[in-house]
Design a protein around this ligand. Sequence first.
Ligand SMILES: Cc1cc2nc3c(=O)[nH]c(=O)nc-3n(C[C@H](O)[C@H](O)[C@H](O)COP(=O)(O)OP(=O)(O)OC[C@H]3O[C@@H](n4cnc5c(N)ncnc54)[C@H](O)[C@@H]3O)c2cc1C
Length: 363
Amino acid sequence: MNEPFIETDTLIVGAGPIGLELAVVLKAMGVSYQHIDAGQVGQTISWYPKQVRFFSSPERIAIAGVPLGTSDQEKATREQYLAYLRGIVQQFELVVHTYERVIQVVKNDPGFAVHTRRGSEQRLYHAKHVVMAVGDLHHPQKLGIPGEDLSHVNHYFDEPHQYFGQQLLIVGGRNSAVETAIRCSRAGAHVTLSYRRSEFDDTSVKYWLLPEILSLIKSGQITYLPNTTPTRVCDTHVRLARTGADGQVIAASDPACGDPIDVPANFVLLMTGYRMDTSLLEDSGVELVGENQGPKLDTDTMMTNVPGLYVAGTAAAGTQKNFRLFIENCHQHVSKIVKSITGQRPPAGMVNDAATKYDLPES
Ligand SMILES: Cc1cc2nc3c(=O)[nH]c(=O)nc-3n(C[C@H](O)[C@H](O)[C@H](O)COP(=O)(O)OP(=O)(O)OC[C@H]3O[C@@H](n4cnc5c(N)ncnc54)[C@H](O)[C@@H]3O)c2cc1C
């Protein structure tokens, strides 16, 4: 007996801002679609630290032509943006199959067989087109050092209160490490910041945070250990090695190597970035290209080398070492995919795709 399946024109994988924007437009244009997310709507944003602010201004991350207002006219916080996304789902009466993971996409001419799992239940969809709006921040970039998996070590920062009065070592020197260091220091943690470079890169740190971190370091409220990197995490301390101008550990034979540094720490936050899980794309037959291992695609349509399979949002970039693809320059993926699928452009004003130029990392 054949397995029962759900038939649709387009299946969207991922209900982040770009997947949701696409859903609004397809619905408005009368295209039948199904929408699936492995977690909750806005799952990626839900694990941002509490109260963190976007660096993008509200009008750039607004979707589907719906204004994003903030009560203080500042940039939106995680909480405000999640409320906004929930509002989008409610306003447009979108149906998102949340907590359902797409586990396999099989080309099955003329379309695709898409296998999903929700708890112990498995489902099968048949779709003419599949759009992967799966994002690019799936797993932490691990350092691969002994002790990295100890219980007092974390790759995610949630909120500062738990570090009050604690010896906290933060590793990293980009935005998330700097912001975490400032917030935890202000919340009474004894913060040491280890960064493998000598100075912060002002293109990788929110412009309003840079003077703050420099001031906290200068006043001694944060201990800064530039040109260092952890080599081992122990229960009571972290061992750091010295790094050179290239950020790499200096060889023991080099006189500049010096002695290792032991920093007391009862909590460790490794803010060393995130990487994309490309396995679903690869298993679907999508070629990965370039340094970022992003999907091979036609940038006019966002279709990959697999006919009928598209990529939207930051997933188009692969693992970004230097961030160039954000929500604000992904809106146009929606217009391009809609045009490719329906032959028409989205209704006027529904996609904010004129604001920023298309800037896909080179592959
Ligand atoms: C602290 C922090 C601050 C940031 N600030 C900004 C900012 O100011 N501006 C900006 O543009 N970006 C910012 N980003 C990056 C931002 O999160 C992304 O740009 C944005 O979420 C990308 O949207 P997206 O729709 O492409 O993908 P995502 O929001 O990542 O959505 C992808 C969705 O796909 C789902 N998914 C993945 N795999 C599957 C699967 N197999 N089956 C079903 N569902 C799946 C996920 O659950 C997720 O909900 C920030 C990131 C962090 C961590």
